[in-house]
Write a protein that binds this ligand. Structure first.
Ligand code: TYM
Length: 365
């Protein structure tokens, strides 16, 4: 880690690369954007709750895997986080913790631009403009909005409604070709593409229309207690997820108690969602196909699977947590990473925002 003096050994990226699914388009077609050296990526995580193995398998590991091939911008979306009430001190601390975890998972701030959204004012600026191109009906259809407004019925604010438009601004500002995310963000990506096409249809080719990059295995990790709903880092019940910073004993306990059905035989069957989820986590963590994992449990039961899965997760998390402890101890180093990241992000996005302003007929600054 150049900026703070830490060494951040990389996770082996290669095995992750074949796990991606790019919305039905060829990657080569994306490498032709005329004014750029490398194709680019933008993705983000909300600094809320505790980063889970779901966030890692759905998003972070692909961020790491893709960082050398693409010009990458990875953002902690603190503006998005305040759509739900946050404790200021906790939010600030969590931003550092998430950044340290990004780096502990293998993101290298010398290669990837790591920053917080509130440091880069162009995000909010473009978001306002995109608001004027978004229809009420489109925003109302967003399932995340519907789900969050029922969960936070005491605070259904306009920010919550507008959330996907700010996300579209995050992506379009960087002319991102690819957006590595879990499956739950697919609908937001679709809106982003629609907004880009709508704007381009009126003003010419201003925005790059981005593709989602969704892993084949791990795009939707389910809750350990209710395998029909998504594992969420903000779930109040911490037995529903494995956090990247969970102690080994906590991991063992949570996996042991994970809900499965009454069967015995280890097979991958979507009508047995608890077992299917554990097998998915195992396959994605070990970097092996699900069939290989299933094959190893012929004649064995759920108990063996759970025990070995817990150990696989513990072993996977051990070096991440070790690196994390070193990195988080250097808060000034982390602050330098963010300052450097914000400067790079601002430099990258100003010309695009100027093009948008010009297209709209604003007087140039
Ligand atoms: P957030 O913070 O909810 O989640 C961060 C990333 O983790 C993925 N993810 C999962 N993947 C697999 N299984 C799960 N159970 C699981 N839970 C979460 C998410 O799909 C996501 O990739 N709106 C975004 C943040 C955002 C963003 C952006 C993303 C803001 N601007 C621009 C991409 C590009 C969100 O709430 O992610």
């Amino acid at each position: 880690m150049a900026a703070s003096g830490h060494a951040t050994p990389r996770m082996p990226p290669a095995r992750c690369l074949d796990l991606g699914w790019v919305g039905g388009y060829s990657l080569d077609a994306m490498k032709t954007t005329p004014d750029k050296r490398k194709p680019s990526i933008l993705s983000g995580i909300q600094p809320t709750g505790r980063l889970t193995i779901g966030n890692y398998l759905g998003a972070l590991r692909n961020w790491v895997a893709l960082q050398d091939q693409y010009e990458c911008y990875y953002v902690l979306v603190d503006l998005h986080a305040i759509t739900v009430r946050q404790e200021p001190k906790v939010l600030r601390r969590r931003c550092y913790e998430f950044l340290a975890l990004y780096m502990a998972c293998g993101l290298d701030p010398a290669t990837s631009t790591l920053f917080v959204q509130s440091h880069v004012p162009t995000h909010a600026q473009l978001s306002w403009i995109l608001n004027c191109f978004t229809y009420m009906g489109e925003a109302q259809r967003m399932t995340q909005f519907k789900e969050k407004s029922s969960r936070h019925s005491e605070n259904i604010n306009i920010g919550l409604f507008d959330y996907p438009v700010l996300m579209a601004a995050d992506i379009l500002l960087y002319s991102a070709d690819l957006v590595p995310v879990g499956e739950d963000q697919k609908q937001h990506l679709e809106l982003t593409r629609n907004l880009a096409e709508r704007f381009n249809g009126i003003y010419g080719n201003v925005f790059t229309v981005p593709e989602p990059f969704i892993p084949k295995v791990g795009a939707r990790i389910m809750s350990l207690k209710d395998p029909t709903s998504k594992m969420s880092k903000t779930d109040e019940d911490d037995a529903t997820y494995v956090a990247l910073l969970d102690e080994p004993e906590a991991v063992r306990r949570k996996i042991k108690r994970a809900v499965t059905d009454a069967g015995r035989e280890v097979v991958y069957d979507e009508s047995r969602p608890g077992l299917a989820n554990l097998l998915t986590i195992f396959a994605a963590t070990a970097g092996e196909p699900i069939e290989t994992i299933v094959g190893r449990y012929e004649g064995k039961g759920y108990g063996d699977l759970k025990k070995e899965l817990a150990e696989a997760i513990v072993e996977f998390l051990r070096p991440v947590q070790q690196r994390y402890r070193d990195i988080i101890a250097d808060e000034p180093g982390l602050a330098r990473v963010l300052a450097d990241g914000a400067a790079r992000a601002l430099a990258r996005t100003r010309p695009l925002l100027a093009r948008v302003h010009e297209a709209l007929g604003f007087i140039p600054e």
